[in-house]
Design a protein around this ligand. Structure first.
Ligand code: ADP
Ligand code: MG
Ligand code: MG
Length: 249
């Protein structure tokens, strides 16, 4: 079953067309990696899926589990099961992870017509997910990302993902700049939370080292706003050996 279906997507940023006919299909249960040179449009794809202002879709479609993502507001996209992760998680001074996550989760539940979780039920859920990812509950009581180390931010981000329980996670270079331990946290977090028959992951990365932990089913090369080559996990290894120019020329 197809979970994400992007067809002929065109996105303008200002006066420039950045995505120029991008098509991509991800099946339920699959992990796909997107690689490509700087400026190819990888982040533009993530922002377009998330509905970030200033990213204007001029043609094409993006369906998540049969629902038209592009017709929705950003918060409706999240409620429909989209989670976006970026390289630099935002800090939210004065708001604890627990407060932030309970509000985010309940907003999504409300948008889906579900009852909000009570404080007690939410804490139970948070404890369960934190345990799964070996994050101390005390960390979740601290302000969002304020004073967190790089590794702690990533661990917290994985707990956020676990609690929000998305259908599709789009992770844009979320592994950049991490040391080996933090990388393992992210990789194993993705496997623990998202490697499920009804979920899918789109991993935007430059590095094979994350793909050693989260083994992709498909690897795509994005260049100049389009997918120019797709293959199995061996394509990432080939890229690492030979570079984008040689592989995607
Ligand atoms: P990647 O993530 O693959 O490195 P991006 O999607 O960030 O590429 O950028 C693709 C192209 O779009 C680049 O040429 C970049 O300069 C341009 N671009 C991205 N965001 C903006 C913006 N907000 N305003 C103007 N140009 C942008
Ligand atoms: Mg870039
Ligand atoms: Mg980018």
């Amino acid at each position: 079953m197809t979970l994400l279906k992007i067809d002929n997507l065109h996105t303008m940023v200002g006066e420039t067309e950045i995505l120029r006919g991008l098509s991509l299909e991800i099946g339920a249960g699959e992990v796909h990696a997107i690689m490509g040179p700087n400026g190819a449009g990888k982040s533009t794809l993530a922002y377009t899926l998330g509905g970030r202002p200033g990213y204007e879709v001029t043609a094409g479609s993006a369906m998540l589990d049969g629902e038209d993502l592009l017709a929705m507001d950003p918060h409706e996209r999240a409620a429909a099961g989209l989670f976006l992760g970026f390289q630099y998680p935002v800090e939210i001074p004065g708001v604890s992870n627990v407060q932030f996550l309970r509000e985010a989760l309940n907003a999504q539940r409300k948008a889906r017509g579900e009852e909000p979780l009570s404080g007690g039920d939410f804490l139970k859920l948070a404890r369960e997910k934190a345990g799964l990812l070996q994050l101390d509950m005390d960390m979740l009581k601290r302000q969002v990302n304020v004073g967190f180390s790089g590794g702690e931010k990533k661990r917290a981000e994985m707990v956020h993902m676990g609690i929000l329980d998305p259908k599709l996670a789009v992770l844009d270079e979320t592994d950049s700049g991490l040391d080996i331990d933090a990388l393992r946290v992210v990789g194993e977090g993705i496997n623990t939370i998202m490697r499920k028959p009804d979920k899918a992951v789109l991993l935007i990365t430059h590095y094979q080292r994350l793909l050693d932990i989260v083994q992709p089913d498909r690897v795509h090369i994005l260049s100049k706003g389009r997918i120019v080559k797709s293959g199995g996990p061996e394509l990432a290894l080939e890229l690492e050996r030979e570079g984008y120019e040689a592989v995607a020329a």
